[in-house]
Ligand binder design. Structure first.
Ligand code: AMP
Ligand code: GLY
Length: 462
């Protein structure tokens, strides 16, 4: 049996909280000598065995290739979607660098919502009923028909990457009309997706993929709205927790088989194999889970709670995924399904955001209490901070940092996270006080509806 192959030098692309969590984990694993982060941030640079390259351009494939060569890395890991969409993985792979992160073509599963629907439909994966439009009137007519037939709301989405801002969830047809009018206004060529609105709690399920095989991390839940009680505007994510009691490991394993693997097979069939983290954004409806969106990368802030819970080294898994040998790499662990081994602990992340976020954030405010927050064992992952020469950290972006508490169960992890973030102060700090406070008792949801049943439904979704 082969021993895990640990990459000793790794290039990590990105600069946010997700990348801080990945760098923190990778740099601590046995055998890793150096994680080079392009561009990274000041707090990532302060981690042992990590070096940041602040002037690196994460969207410039050629310069990433040059950096990978100069640093003699054995693996490149791409964090955010923008470098994927810019072809960074294509450039690195063409230069012979094993890369965890899909090609631009495979990343369309995230960068085009219409493409995601097309692939899911071909793969028999249940998504909301939807259609894509390039002009206003047919889109309005479809929205009206959906709302009447389903007696519910509709959702209007810009087709391309919009950093979570291109989606309007509508209660009424008037709202849908207004959203459609706004998206088409003055745009000669734009694609808009109109979807049936589904109702239920959301969950994120992320699998490591090598083009053929998928192995899942435990399920996590993001909190996208700015304020307590899921009110206020949508954000990039104000907190996360894992595990989620209403999505059992058993159901997660079934979803990897019924969602991730069929999507991988379909992308393979189209000769655009997916190597990287395939993220399914799920909604747990009374009829069973459905997919709301796919992302081509690790979630943020989900990664901040998943990475501390992984029970085996991450580096060898990412390298194996990049080299199409994931099944062989997990063989020594004798898994009894498609989920990776997890520590029997819970993790809760609470994000501290700057004043003004998710609009234009106020930056430059000094941050106090960072040492006090970590003294009790919590992790602090920085997303938007800067460091003065004297070591003072200041706010430098919308989502400033995430504090992660861990414990034997969610209540203990939540207490740890609450205690730690309570130590951190800066002017205008915005945060939620109800992350993981709303945990419902375990519910058994039918998984069978994760595969779209009827031909009519599948045709309608085209
Ligand atoms: P997306 O970027 O497609 O994940 O959409 C962002 C958020 O909008 C999701 O996390 C959901 O909260 C909401 N959303 C998107 N599509 C739907 C839908 N079909 N039904 C209900 N909510 C949705
Ligand atoms: N947490 C949502 C995302 O990463 O897209």
């Amino acid at each position: 049996m082969s021993l895990p192959v640990m990459p000793t030098r790794i290039l990590l692309v990105g600069s946010g909280g997700r990348e801080h969590a990945l760098a923190w984990r990778l740099a601590r694993e046995p055998g890793v000598n150096l994680v080079v982060v392009a561009p990274g941030n000041a707090a990532i640079a302060a981690e042992p065995h990590v070096r940041c390259v602040p002037d690196a351009d994460p969207l410039d494939g050629d310069s990433l290739v040059a950096l990978a060569r100069a640093e003699a890395v054995e693996l490149a890991v791409i964090g955010p979607e923008a470098p994927l969409a810019a072809g960074a993985a294509d450039a690195l792979v063409a230069a012979g660098v094993p890369t965890f992160g899909p090609s631009r073509a495979a990343a369309r599963i995230e960068t085009s919502k219409a493409f995601c629907h097309e692939v899911a439909t071909a793969a028999g994966v249940r998504m909301a009923r939807a259609a894509a439009f390039t002009s206003l009137e047919p889109a309005r007519a479809f929205a009206a028909r959906l709302a009447t037939e389903r007696n519910g709301g509709v959702v209007v989405k810009a087709d391309g990457l919009a950093a979570g801002k291109g989606v309007t969830v509508c209660d009424t047809l008037d709202e849908a009309d207004a959203a459609l009018a706004a998206l088409f206004a003055g745009q000669a060529t734009t694609t808009v997706v109109v979807e049936e609105r589904l109702y239920g709690r959301e969950a994120s399920l992320i699998a490591l993929c090598d083009g053929r095989d998928a192995f899942g991390l435990p399920a996590a839940r993001d909190h996208k709205r700015l304020r307590d009680g899921d009110s206020g505007p949508n954000t990039g994510g104000m907190g996360a927790y894992s595990p989620i009691p209403d999505l059992s490991d058993e159901l997660a394993a079934e979803l990897i088989e019924r969602v991730h693997r069929p999507i991988l097979a379909e992308l393979g069939r189209r000769r655009t194999p997916f190597r990287g983290a395939l993220y399914a954004g799920l909604i747990l409806t009374p009829e069973g889970p459905a997919v709301l969106e796919c992302n081509a990368r690790f979630g943020d802030p989900e990664t901040q709670v998943l990475v501390p819970r992984l029970g085996i080294p991450l580096g060898p898994l990412l390298l194996a995924a990049a080299q199409d040998r994931l099944a062989a790499a997990v063989l020594p662990y004798r898994l009894d399904g498609p989920l990776l081994p997890t520590l029997p602990s819970a993790a809760v992340a609470i994000v501290a955001a700057a004043e003004g976020y998710p609009g234009a954030p106020r930056v430059g405010d000094p941050i106090a209490g960072l040492d006090e927050a970590t003294a009790g064992g919590a992790l602090v992952f920085h997303a938007g901070t800067r460091r003065d020469p004297d070591g003072t950290y200041r706010t430098g972006g919308g989502r400033v940092l995430a504090v992660v508490g861990q414990g034997a169960d969610l209540a203990a992890a939540r207490d740890a996270a609450e205690r730690a973030i309570g130590r951190i102060t800066f002017a205008g700090l915005q945060r939620r006080h109800d992350i993981a406070a709303d945990v419902t008792p375990p519910a058994r949801l039918p998984a069978s509806r994760a595969r779209a049943g009827t031909a009519a439904e599948r045709t309608a979704a085209r």
